[in-house]
Design a protein around this ligand. Structure first.
Ligand SMILES: O=c1cc[nH]c(=O)[nH]1
Length: 401
């Protein structure tokens, strides 16, 4: 909990202020150069550059980061990903390499990618961690250890994620319970990969009942294929209402919604609103994306996520949410001035709403967490998608260029 003065900070609404942080909280934001200058307090001069909230990664498979070398050439060959077959191929490949997993193998990768995120201003992560018959609790142990190491700098919300299904992979339900006992804080799900609608519904019901019983949130990968026959996003919304989880659920990917006709899409939007369902899209890692612009216009909370970093699903990734937003500007056709502001919201304030982060936001009384950028205009922030000049957590500079 430190004191800091950030001078010449350009806010996204155009005001240029000095940000005074005391005891790790923002205590004043007067017009630049007008407030008292406290003695002996470290100063970061933003010099008229944009200052934003920290970035929030709503969806990262943190256990798998940098495991692409294990999957090898076969994974590269499967990267044509735009459909059901390819996505399923990635799941099978990623599953096969788990036989080689150990905490010693995974933990250095997890650390490196969290540290890379800090350099890029990512201070909140919703981490999906496989718990299934192939991985057991190995990935969970590695990620929980890293969460401990980064406490105070990065907040990692850990999802116990049954990557290979619950009905398809017997024993997984028990492993998810064990992961929650170890310290995972969100019940995960991937209903769309179960065999047929009845099993998909049973998967959603199991996860929501478990979350309700333990007083937790749910976060699921729904309908991760461009096939309008998939219906698990609506199933999730309905089950959230049924189990008293209103406002406590996140659907990631939901790519099938991009293939729905207007009537079906309107139905899911209505169900999501009633359930307080939030969305995370990662348009760069796969084919046809969730209709983000439409969901934002409907007032539903949406965030973007990195999804994967150098694994069987995606060969790139620097854990840079500005890079993700830059790619989304192309893939979602969002390049007007208003769209660019929305994209920055999707990796900061709006993503914080998706994860239910109460203590996020650059304001007097808020946390002393902020990013100082070189860019002066939002368009330059996205065009350069560079690491921030300074990354500040609770008034402490945790990364600097
Ligand atoms: O199911 C999925 C999709 C993307 N990345 C994963 O790790 N799993």
């Amino acid at each position: 909990m430190s004191d800091l003065l950030v001078t010449g900070a350009r806010l996204r609404d155009g005001r240029v202020v000095d940000v005074h942080v005391a005891g790790g909280r923002v205590v004043a934001m007067p017009e630049a150069g007008t407030g008292p200058r406290p003695d002996g307090v470290p100063v970061v001069d933003a010099d008229g550059g944009l200052v934003t909230e920290p970035f929030v990664d709503g969806h990262l498979h943190l256990d798998k980061v940098r495991t692409l070398p294990l999957a090898g050439e076969a994974a590269l060959a499967a990267y044509t990903a735009d459909g059901m077959a390819e996505s399923a191929a990635s799941i099978d490949l990623a599953s096969a390499v788990k036989a080689h997993w150990s905490v010693d193998l995974l933990l250095p990768n997890v650390r490196e990618v969290l540290a890379l995120g800090v350099e890029h201003g990512v201070l909140h992560v919703q981490a999906f961690v496989d718990v299934d018959s192939a991985a057991g609790l190995v990935g969970m142990e590695a990620v929980l250890a890293a969460r401990e190491e980064f406490a105070g700098t990065v907040d990692v919300s850990v999802v116990a994620f049954p990557q290979d299904g619950v009905l398809r992979d017997p024993g997984t339900a028990e492993l998810v319970e064990a992961a929650l006992d170890l310290g995972a804080d969100v019940v995960g799900g991937i209903p769309w990969i179960e065999d047929g609608e009845a099993d998909q519904r049973a998967h959603v019901q199991w996860a929501c009942a478990l979350a309700a019983r333990r007083g937790l949130r749910v976060a699921m990968l729904t309908d991760d294929a461009p096939d309008p026959a998939y219906r698990t996003t609506g199933m999730l919304a309905e089950a959230m209402v049924e189990h008293g989880l209103v406002g406590r659920g996140v659907a990631c990917h939901a790519r099938a919604l991009g293939a729905y006709g207007e009537d079906d899409l309107a139905t899911v939007v209505g169900q999501a609103r009633a359930a307080g369902l939030r969305f995370v899209s990662d348009p760069h890692t796969g084919g046809r994306a969730l209709p983000v612009r439409r969901l934002v216009a409907e007032g539903l909370p949406v965030g973007l996520g990195q999804d994967d970093v150098e694994d069987a699903y995606y060969p790139f990734g620097r854990h840079s949410l500005l890079e993700v937003a830059f790619l989304a500007a192309h893939l979602l056709e969002m390049r007007s001035a208003a769209d660019l502001e929305t994209l920055v919201d999707l990796i900061s304030t709006s993503a914080a709403r998706v994860l239910g982060l109460a203590d996020h936001g650059l304001r007097v009384g808020g946390p002393g967490d902020l990013l100082v950028h070189d860019a002066v205009r939002t368009v330059d922030l996205l065009a350069r998608h560079a690491a921030p000049r300074a990354v500040v957590r609770s008034g402490r500079v945790v990364a600097q260029r």
